[in-house]
Ligand binder design. Structure first.
Ligand code: 13P
Length: 248
């Protein structure tokens, strides 16, 4: 039985005061909910959110991490640093990081392995561009992202990985995948996980859809069999909107 999991991805939005205001409003709205929720915030907001969400059941996630233990890597943050302040999740391989910051399936794989050796659960993003969809290579492309991203990761460990299917053409564009398109790819992802691991393992893995999820379309997306949650960008910035999505 997979428990629905809705995560917000704030991207590069909200300073500390704004994060604090959100957290105070959101934790009241969230009280008594049995859907799992988390906010993935900029590094500078993480400590604030961890403290304000303590005891609420709301998780806190980072949006990136480095795969080395420590060292001369100017500008980077390690898994241990995130673990130390009480972070629960970390997004890996978001398409914006692949596009602007040279994230590859290989670095995704190294980051996943480092996170899986910690208490932090990775949220691994995958998804095709519009060009790839239109030319029909979407399934091959996502399969390669999964095979290379998860290479060498055991069945036990992969159960802790949340997979987020985010078609690039649906991110921040207002153009949501139809529930059928999202379901088709999420079912394909689960089938690929069965091939890579086994049915029991694949059955436990949470697969989220991301890309222009908002209160108006959350329920039709969340009601698909193979979609267990959502990774929400823009609509996670307002506590009331995010809560409406969680209440799908
Ligand atoms: P939007 O919900 O703003 O389209 O962003 C989706 C996303 O990239 C979440 O990681």
């Amino acid at each position: 039985m997979r428990i629905p999991f809705i995560a917000g991805n704030w991207k590069m939005f909200k300073n500390r005061a704004e994060a604090e205001a959100f957290a105070l409003e959101f934790k009241d709205l969230y009280q008594g909910t049995d859907i799992r929720a988390a906010i993935c915030a900029p590094f500078t907001d993480l400590d604030t959110l961890v403290k304000l969400f303590e005891g609420t059941g709301i998780g806190v996630g980072a949006q990136n991490v480095h795969f080395e233990e420590e060292g001369a890597f100017t500008g980077e943050v390690s898994v241990r640093m995130l673990e130390d302040i009480g972070v629960d999740y970390c997004i890996v391989g978001h398409s914006e990081r692949r596009q602007y910051f040279a994230e590859t399936n290989e670095t995704v794989n190294l980051k996943l392995k480092k996170l899986l050796a910690s208490s932090i659960r990775p949220i691994m993003c995958c998804g095709e561009s519009l060009e790839q969809r239109d030319s029909g290579v979407l399934f091959d492309f996502v399969k390669t992202q999964l095979e290379e991203g998860l290479a060498g990761i055991s069945a036990d460990d992969v159960k802790r990985v949340v997979i987020a299917y985010e078609p690039i053409w649906a991110i921040g564009t207002g153009r949501t995948a139809t529930p059928e398109q999202a379901e088709e790819m999420c079912a394909f992802i689960r089938k690929t996980l069965i091939e890579m691991y086994d049915e029991e393992t694949a059955d436990e893995i949470i697969i989220q859809y991301g890309g222009s999820v908002k209160p108006a379309n959350a329920s039709e997306i969340m009601n698909q069999d193979e979609i267990d949650g959502a990774l929400v960008g823009g609509a996670s910035l307002k506590a009331a909107d995010f809560m409406q999505i969680i209440d799908f």
